[in-house]
Structure formats: structure tokens, C-alpha cells
Design a protein around this ligand. Structure first.
Ligand SMILES: Cc1cc2nc3c(=O)[nH]c(=O)nc-3n(C[C@H](O)[C@H](O)[C@H](O)COP(=O)(O)OP(=O)(O)OC[C@H]3O[C@@H](n4cnc5c(N)ncnc54)[C@H](O)[C@@H]3O)c2cc1C
Length: 407
């Protein structure tokens, strides 16, 4: 059957897009390569801008059921342990932006969205469907899977992540940008942590060429720990040389991480020590978007990481994918009926509404990496600025007050 829209990729962005369109009674075929969704991944942070999206979709209660809502962000020196800066979250964010700051496991956010999508009658989800490519004609889109099965629709949303095939076909093959940073990720039960480390806060430890972030997930029952260090997969970190850069979960050794951290503060070392198993993931991104043509062309739009993959240093990867989907929702609600003829214009408006904000978040995310990992005078300047400016330096009103209404 010909659908209105094909969505490629059932990650956070793809599910968000399917949900947004289902709400407007658009018939969606969602194609996901995985044969099943599992507990892959670790923690995610959602600023009030992303929590607003979920609230608008009626998912606040579901979020409360699985997330944590930390009271503060604490920035500490990874060696001395001193507090460099503090931003009130919790009630303060709720008051300032109308929504709180949430932290949760990616699998819980994914399950929450999947459940909402499955309640949308017009959305059909097919697993084990790996898209090979698409062909665009004046009337529509034809998408072909690797097993040659074909689907037709009026428009296509490519939300197939960092290594997006839809993107390479739309924009030509461009290699991803290697950051030279590796993320060690682990989870620990709160009950297994020393009391001092159980506080409901997001803690970011900054050191030369490294930073570590930990925060509660699963209503505070667990903590997610991410340690970012400089290095290359297979060279003193993780498995064999030449390990797959696409994998989210290389097995990793705590000994390699301890070596990379060096003489860290005892509380930070206690947190790392409490984690019983680590996985490793190489961080890659792409340069910031340069124009709306990188978001949409004709009947095809890219959404989430397929369009604007981020380094996770502003904690906005999932949030920007959700904002993209929310923008589609808004445009569809405003437009009313959409026909085969009107999709290109609608996707052009989507691209115009999103590309600059996404580019800014990409740019700020990459810049944060240099600031977090600074050494020498840059580090002293950073610490002095945080002491002098306090919350003003850590808050991001331009970001957290979003997403902006499309014009
Ligand atoms: C398994 C997994 C675990 C992750 N864990 C974390 C984490 O712990 N912390 C964090 O900050 N971020 C994590 N991320 C990334 C984070 O989810 C994204 O950066 C952000 O949510 C944007 O989501 P997205 O939907 O644009 O991309 P993604 O979340 O990458 O989703 C892309 C989806 O497209 C599917 N896909 C790819 N190619 C094809 C194809 N050819 N045909 C059909 N389907 C295809 C993928 O299987 C995937 O489900 C993870 C992503 C994945 C896929």
C-alpha cells in the first residue's frame, strides 16, 4: 500500500517523527533495520526544551515514571575536587522555563516513544528492514530495502542516524568527523554507591583532556556514568585495532579508563570503581549545517543525527531530534490537510525552521569539548570565568526556552 510518508530509522528521532505525523493522521511506514529493540545504550539528558516536547505530546506522566529530575548541575575539578560552578535545575528550571530538566536511560525514552507510536493507528512499524536507497519522482518516493522489497510514499524522512544512507544519497558520501574522543559508559545501582555520591545531581568533572559526567536515571535507582577521554579505539582502549567505529558498545576495561584518568579526585575514582562493567564508544560528528539544503530537498528531509550529529557535550542529541519532530508536528497542525503536491513546500519550511538552531547546537557542543578538556592558562581562565559568572555561564536560555515556533 502506498503510504503518505516513509520514515527510515526507529531511534529517538524516527519515533518522534512517526508520532508527530500520526497525530495529524498522516499514514506512516516506519522502517527500522534492527530486528528487535533492546536495552542498548546508556543515559541521556533532556533539557526543559525537550521535556516541553514530550509534555506537548501528553507524555509527561510516562516521563515521570522512568526518568530522574536532578536538583542541580555541579561542575567540579577532576583532580582537586573543588566545585567550579553550579546551576540549579529542578524547581528553578521549572520556574524559569516551564519544564524541568530530566535524565533517563535511552532505552526508557525509546520505550516511552515506541509505546506512544504504537497507539497511533496510522503508523505501521517494520523491524528488520534495512533501507538500501530511494528514488524520487515528480509524484513521490520509492524506497528499496537491501532485500529488494520496495515501499512508495509521497515523502521520506531520513532519521537513520550518524551513518545515514538517506543522507549519503541526498548530499553525497561525506566521511563523519572523528573527534579523537572516546566515551566509556557504565551504570551503577544507587544502593551500591557511597552516600556522598547518591545526591540527585548531574555532576561534571573537568580535567585536562578528559571529563566525566554522572547523573541519576530510572527514578534515581541507578546512576549513569560517562567518562570521555582522548584516544583511539583499539590503541590502549577497548578491543582489537580497527574496531567498528559504528558500534555503541565495545567491551572496555576499567584498567584502561583508570590509566586515562590519571590522578583523579578520590570521589571521582570511587564513582568509577563502583561501576562493574564498561562499554566504549568512539565519538564522531559532522561539521555544523551550512544551510536548509542539508536538512531537506524536494520530498526528502533528514532529521536528528542523520542531519546534525552532535558531540554529547551540550547533552542535546536526543533533544534536537525531538525538537525536529515537534517542528514537523507544528507545521502539519498549522497546514491541515497535506497532499502529494504540498510535501516539498512543507519540508522546505521545516528545513528553514530548524537548520540554524541545529547548526548552533552542533557548534556549541564541539566548543564545549575544548572548554571541558582545557589545560594550562585556558583552564585557569575557564575556572575564573565560572567563579565570576556563576549560573549565568552554565545556563542556556536561548536553548532551554525552545523549541522556537516555526514561522
Ligand atoms: C543503539 C543506540 C544506542 C545509543 N545510546 C546512546 C547513549 O547511551 N547516550 C547518548 O547520548 N546517545 C546514544 N545514542 C544516540 C542518540 O540516541 C542519538 O544521538 C539521538 O537520540 C538522536 O537520535 P536519532 O534517532 O537521530 O539517531 P539514532 O538514535 O542513531 O537512531 C537511528 C536509527 O536508525 C536505524 N538505521 C540506521 N540505518 C538504517 C537503515 N539503512 N535502514 C533502517 N534503519 C536504519 C538505526 O538502527 C537506529 O535505530 C544511541 C543510539 C543508538 C542507535
Amino acid at each position: 500500500m502506498t503510504q503518505d510518508v516513509i520514515v527510515v530509522g526507529g531511534g529517538i528521532g524516527g519515533l518522534g517523527a512517526a508520532l508527530a505525523m500520526g497525530r495529524s493522521q498522516i499514514r506512516v511506514q516506519l522502517l527500522e533495520q534492527a530486528t528487535a529493540f533492546g536495552e542498548v545504550g546508556a543515559g541521556l539528558q533532556l533539557g526543559p526544551n525537550a521535556v516541553r516536547v514530550l509534555a506537548d505530546w501528553g507524555l509527561s506522566d510516562a516521563l515521570v515514571d522512568c526518568a530522574a529530575f536532578p536538583e542541580a548541575l555541579m561542575v567540579r575539578d577532576a583532580h582537586a575536587g573543588s566545585v567550579l560552578g553550579r546551576l540549579r535545575l529542578g524547581q528553578a528550571m521549572q520556574k524559569r522555563y516551564g519544564h524541568p530538566y530530566a535524565t533517563l536511560h535511552r532505552a526508557d525514552l525509546h520505550a516511552l516513544l515506541l509505546n506512544a507510536v504504537q497507539q497511533q493507528a496510522p503508523v505501521s512499524l517494520q523491524l528488520g528492514a534495512r533501507v538500501a536507497g530511494y528514488a524520487e519522482s515528480t509524484n513521490g518516493i520509492r524506497v528499496t530495502l537491501e532485500d529488494d522489497t520496495a515501499f512508495s510514499a509521497q515523502a521520506l524522512i531520513g532519521s537513520d542516524g550518524l551513518w545515514s544512507r538517506v543522507r549519503s544519497q541526498m548530499l553525497g558520501a561525506q566521511p563523519v568527523r572523528a573527534s579523537g574522543h572516546l566515551a566509556y559508559r557504565g551504570m551503577v545501582r544507587s544502593a551500591d554507591l557511597p552516600l556522598a555520591l547518591r545526591a540527585p545531581v548531574v555532576t561534571a568533572w573537568l580535567g585536562p583532556q578528559l571529563h566525566v559526567v554522572h547523573y541519576p536515571v530510572k527514578r534515581g535507582d541507578w546512576f549513569n556514568v560517562v567518562a570521555v577521554v582522548h584516544g583511539v579505539l583499539g590503541q590502549g582502549h577497548g578491543g582489537a585495532v580497527g574496531a567498528d567505529p559504528r558500534s555503541w558498545s565495545h567491551q572496555a576495561q576499567a584498567a584502561d579508563l583508570f590509566r586515562a584518568l590519571g590522578p583523579a579526585h578520590s570521589e571521582l575514582l570511587a564513582m568509577i570503581d563502583a561501576v562493574s562493567g564498561w562499554t566504549l564508544w568512539a565519538l564522531n560528528d559532522r561539521p555544523p549545517m551550512r544551510g536548509p539544503g542539508e536538512h531537506a530537498q524536494g520530498r526528502v528531509a533528514l532529521l536528528g543525527d542523520a542531519a546534525h550529529p552532535l558531540r554529547p557535550y551540550l547533552a542535546q542529541g536526543a533533544a534536537m531530534a525531538l525538537e525536529d519532530a515537534w517542528t514537523l508536528d507544528r507545521l502539519l497542525a498549522e497546514q491541515g490537510a497535506v497532499s502529494a503536491d504540498t510535501w516539498p513546500r512543507l519540508l522546505e519550511r521545516f528545513a528553514q525552521a530548524r537548520w540554524q538552531r541545529n547548526a548552533r547546537v552542533q557548534q556549541r557542543s564541539a566548543r564545549n569539548g575544548s572548554i571541558f578538556h582545557a589545560s594550562g592558562v585556558v583552564r585557569l581562565g575557564r575556572n575564573a570565568a565560572m567563579a565570576a559568572l556563576g549560573e549565568a555561564l552554565l545556563d542556556n536560555p536561548w536553548l532551554y526556552a525552545g523549541p522556537p515556533e516555526p514561522v
